[in-house]
Design a binder for this molecule. Structure first.
Ligand code: NAP
Ligand code: MG
Length: 488
């Protein structure tokens, strides 16, 4: 099991960019501090990559497409990805410890992220040689077929909340299709992205197929998404930055996948199996301190069971323990002082809602950590901003409904549509709800489906567009070419 540590013990150099298969200092010579959100302490530093480093990374990726990587048969690409997955599994405890210290994630959750990254590499490693075109019946004398080809250079800008999982679903899918990737991880969470590059190098990924430029969003991120040499952009993050990225992509007329925020509901009907539902209802709100795009921040409950559901969720909330990531309690700190302030701001203006219960801070939580005890709110009306805006913290609101139509209207009543859960034993109602809710994923009598590497994921509305995860992602990371041959 992982040993607790108060300093970073790394198997790579956190201060370097990984460009063209080489570990290089940022052109600027500038660095950014790494903070441990559990204590507020500075525990190391990363490169402050900028447009110059992005330029070098895009060139290196382009060169890789014309070199060993571009010529590699699909089956070999699959073998390399599978080998990286094995390296990730060998390093699971290290990756978990590093992620826990970097972003404040309790060890068990950080470990699950590392295992998920390995799973993505297995899944996409196995998929590389199974992407096929089709033949199309056409006019007499013709044979028509389609080819699935890589976009070329893909840019990946990712957030801090699930770095390893998002590298898995975004970067490894792009590599599986033969693209060459440039990754800009979030300033607050670069370490496992750099670790991933190290493991990819060890596994024999050809130089330039993967390039990592740590740095700030407005510098390295903006340079990457505006770069004319990037042929596809995969962005995961906030709606506001997503809009900037889409605008940048429009200037170069390149496709963009946007995985943005959410306000995902779980609908609990009177016939729900509450014993099964309860752990899902709460965990989907507090996992990763609620800093999850698919967090279930709205619990819609049939009025006949409102008191029972509220009481049972409140009991669970009161038992939740919050503390340092390395202590591996139910909830860790928020990633940063800024994120803590944002969530505190929401809780400071309840707009008529009531606090039904809160979790408890562990006695040994360092004073400098960004701790916030989970809050369950009742008496929330659908027009309250707590029921409409993404809070991105361990806060859930309970909203009553009287019938199916009202439940659907509330569920669909935000700008977002990422994930929904429906709890009912009535098969007809399950089908009606699955169709009526405007969202990218629906879970019937479960929520999140155990990580779901295989399950296409993405939003509607302001939750974004395009799909990652599963086989579907590979269509997004490729371009379809139609070949029409006339042979008489
Ligand atoms: P964010 O501020 O949008 O940042 C996301 C990434 O974009 C970071 O790497 C950031 O860099 C970079 N960035 C910032 N400004 C940029 C710019 N002008 N041009 C290009 N890149 C720029 O999001 P966040 O606050 O880190 O993450 C939370 C949000 O992500 C939430 O809304 C959450 O719902 C969403 N999210 C969605 C999903 C999903 O799959 N749908 C998954 C996870 C998170 P720096 O941070 O280094 O400055
Ligand atoms: Mg950090």
């Amino acid at each position: 099991m992982t040993k607790p540590a108060d300093t970073l013990d790394l198997f790579f150099d956190s201060t370097k960019c990984f460009i063209g298969g080489r570990w290089v200092a940022p052109v600027s010579g500038d660095y950014l501090p790494i903070e441990d959100p559990s204590s507020g302490a500075e525990i190391g530093r990363i490169a402050r990559g900028n447009a110059d480093d992005v330029e070098a990374a895009v060139s290196a990726a382009r060169a890789a497409l014309g070199g060993e990587w571009g010529r590699m048969p699909a089956v070999e690409r699959g073998r390399v990805l599978t080998r990286i997955g094995q390296k990730v599994l060998e390093r699971v405890d290290d990756l978990a410890r590093i992620e826990a210290m970097d972003v404040g994630k309790p060890l068990k959750q950080a470990r699950a992220d590392a295992v998920a990254l390995a799973r993505y590499l297995e899944f996409y490693g196995g998929a590389c040689d199974k992407i096929m075109g089709e033949t199309i019946p056409y006019l007499d004398g013709y044979t028509v077929y389609t080819l699935r080809e890589p976009h070329g250079v893909t840019g990946h800008v990712i957030p801090w909340n699930y770095p390893m999982q998002i590298i898995g679903r975004s970067v490894t899918g792009a590599l599986a299709m033969g693209n060459a990737a440039v990754l800009k991880p979030a300033e607050e969470a670069c370490l496992t992205a750099i670790a991933f590059a190290k493991l990819a190098e060890e596994a024999g990924l050809p130089a330039g197929a993967l390039n990592v430029v740590p740095g700030l969003g407005e510098e390295a991120g903006a340079a990457l998404t505006a770069h004319a040499g990037v042929n596809h952009i995969s962005f995961t993050g906030s709606v506001g930055v997503g809009q900037l990225v889409q605008r940048a992509a429009a200037r170069n007329v390149v496709p963009v996948t946007l995985e943005l925020g959410g306000k995902s509901p779980q609908l609990v009907f009177a016939d729900a199996d509450l014993d099964r539902a309860l752990p899902f209802l709460v965990n989907a709100g507090i996992q990763n301190a609620g800093q999850t795009c698919s967090a279930s921040s709205r619990i819609l409950v049939h009025r006949s069971i409102l008191d029972e559901v509220t009481d049972r969720m409140a009991a669970r909330y009161r038992s939740l323990r919050v503390g340092p990531a390395i202590s591996d309690l139910d909830v860790g700190p928020m990633v940063s002082a800024r994120q803590q302030e944002i969530v505190d701001g929401f809780l400071g203006d309840l707009g008529g809602a009531e606090v039904a219960a809160r979790g408890e801070l562990a006695g040994d939580a360092p004073a400098g950590g960004h701790y916030l005890t989970p809050a369950l709110l009742s008496g929330v009306t659908p027009d309250n901003r707590l029921a409409r805006d993404e809070i991105f913290g361990p806060v859930q609101v309970i909203i009553p409904f009287d019938d199916e139509a009202e439940a659907v209207a509330i569920a669909n009543g935000t700008d977002f549509g990422l994930v929904a859960g429906v709890w009912t034993q009535d098969g007809g109602r399950q089908m009606r709800m699955a169709k009526a809710i405007r969202t990218g994923q629906v879970f019937l009598n479960n929520y999140g489906a155990g990580g779901g590497v295989e399950l296409p994921f993405g939003g509607v509305g302001k939750s974004g567009h395009g799909r990652e995860k599963g086989f579907e992602a590979l269509y997004g990371f490729s371009v379809l070419k139609t070949v029409a041959a006339w042979h008489g």
